[in-house]
Design a protein around this ligand. Structure first.
Ligand SMILES: CC(C)(COP(=O)([O-])OP(=O)([O-])OC[C@H]1O[C@@H](n2cnc3c(N)ncnc32)[C@H](O)[C@@H]1OP(=O)([O-])[O-])[C@@H](O)C(=O)NCCC(=O)NCCSC(=O)C[C@@](C)(O)CC(=O)[O-]
Length: 393
């Protein structure tokens, strides 16, 4: 697949770009069924798990504070549209997710940070049966803050439509920890080297698991680091292996800068899969160079069955200057419809398109989903034609 793309672009010009941030079948609505979105999908299955990262990765880099009301509505709508795993926020240090120091709407208020409202969001959002709401946790302090919230939260009780017993659902049952392949990125993102971060995360993972939480691991900059250039695939392999050994159930491979191509992603996966079962891997592609969907398809072709994506293509890491958002969920859904793949549970693409437009408008940003734009344009055209037809009657 994509063999014609086996040509590499010179890294130096990419890095230049990244150092200058300025250059920068419709489905039925249904009640989600109780089932585990966490079951490992075998690589010979055609089922694809999609992890919606919009409310976390998507919003963490927004310049204006997104009010908890909007985040709650976003998460609720994504769940109702059929998303089974929705990353809902993070327990990182407020000092490290810069809010860029201003809020146009309330300039006199001291700067806050985008993810500071996560506890409020977790307690207020809908917890749908069969839907999981992981949160990002960087260290023990973040885990302790989450555990305190969990111990103080009166879980909402929803009734499983397929059972006569009420189901009590905690706000979350999973954390995501994160490290990277290079010391330069790790220092910028978490103030420690890769090896130091792995030592810290092993303790966080152990404690989280003792408390009954599942732990997912992220490895950032699996293709190119914005600070130290092309990444050695063996480093991706070794860090992924360590995350699994410490107890992560899955490792999500982050092309943080979005500079990967199907060729480089394929090469990287070949090396990582030499030491790590492909069932334990997920693909997390940013769309800076428009390669997100192609890279995701390449990962599926290699046997990966979990993809991270973000509604409306929202997102970006504060420590990856110049990189754009994640590949849009609508684009991934559009790409796999009619293919041999299907999503883990039905997702309402039309509704996802509406959500993508709604959140983009709320944030005052361009909708980055190509499928989202095209589907809306078609819908608008059709409704204009309907209006004209009605007017003629
Ligand atoms: C890891 C640290 C905390 C180290 O940061 P540090 O400064 O070394 O931490 P520290 O332990 O020295 O603490 C400094 C201060 O922060 C507080 N603090 C410390 N920890 C917490 C916490 N959890 N929650 C709340 N407060 C915290 C701590 O209490 C102290 O407060 P003070 O005494 O000065 O008042 C910091 O670097 C950090 O939070 N980094 C996260 C940055 C971030 O959110 N990046 C984006 C997410 S990663 C990403 O987007 C990539 C990914 C996952 O999507 C995949 C991909 O695309 O590549």
């Amino acid at each position: 697949m994509f063999s014609s793309l086996h040509q590499r672009l010179p890294g130096a010009s990419h890095l230049q770009f990244l150092r200058h941030p300025q250059t920068l079948h419709s489905a039925r609505r249904k009640v989600p069924s109780i089932y585990s979105a966490y079951s490992t999908v075998p690589s010979d299955s055609n089922v694809v798990n999609i992890v919606e990262v919009g409310p976390r990765d998507g919003l963490q880099n927004e310049k204006r504070i997104v009010p908890p009301d909007v985040k709650v509505e976003l998460i609720n709508r994504l769940g109702r549209a059929g998303m089974k795993i929705i990353e809902s926020g993070s327990f990182v240090s407020p000092k490290w997710v810069p809010q860029h120091g201003y809020d146009d709407l309330q300039p006199t208020k001291p700067p806050s940070t985008q993810m500071a409202g996560t506890p409020e969001v977790l307690t207020r959002m809908e917890k749908l049966p069969g839907v999981h709401y992981p949160v990002l946790v960087p260290n023990l302090k973040g885990l302790e803050n989450l555990l305190e919230l969990l111990s103080n939260t009166v879980y909402n009780t929803l009734t499983d439509p397929s059972s006569s017993k009420p189901t009590t659902i905690p706000p979350t049952d999973e954390i995501a920890i994160f490290t990277s392949t290079t010391d330069a990125f790790s220092l910028a993102n978490t103030n420690c080297t890769v090896s130091e971060s792995l030592d810290r995360l092993a303790i966080v993972t152990q404690k989280a698991r003792e408390k009954g939480l599942r732990v997912r691991g992220y490895v950032s900059v699996v293709i190119t680091c914005p600070y130290s250039g092309k990444v050695d695939n063996k480093q991706v392999r070794d860090v992924s292996k360590k995350l699994l050994e410490m107890g992560c159930y899955e490792v999500s491979l982050g092309d943080t800068t979005g500079m990967g191509t199907p060729a480089s992603v394929g090469d990287m996966l070949d090396v990582v899969m030499g030491a790590v079962p492909v069932e334990k891997l997920a693909g997390h592609f940013h769309d800076t160079f428009g390669m997100g969907v192609a890279n995701a398809l390449q990962a599926l072709d290699a046997g990966v069955r979990t993809l991270d994506s973000s509604i409306g293509g929202l997102g970006g890491c504060p420590y990856s200057p110049g990189a754009s958002g994640n590949v849009a969920t609508e684009d991934i859904l559009y790409a796999i419809q009619g293919s041999k793949y299907k999503t883990n549970g039905e997702v309402d693409l039309d509704e996802m398109v509406r959500i993508g437009w709604w959140i983009s408008e709320k944030l005052g940003r361009e909708n980055a989903s190509r499928a989202g734009k095209a589907i809306k344009a078609r819908r608008d055209r059709e409704s204009r034609e309907d209006e004209k037809a009605k007017a003629k009657l």
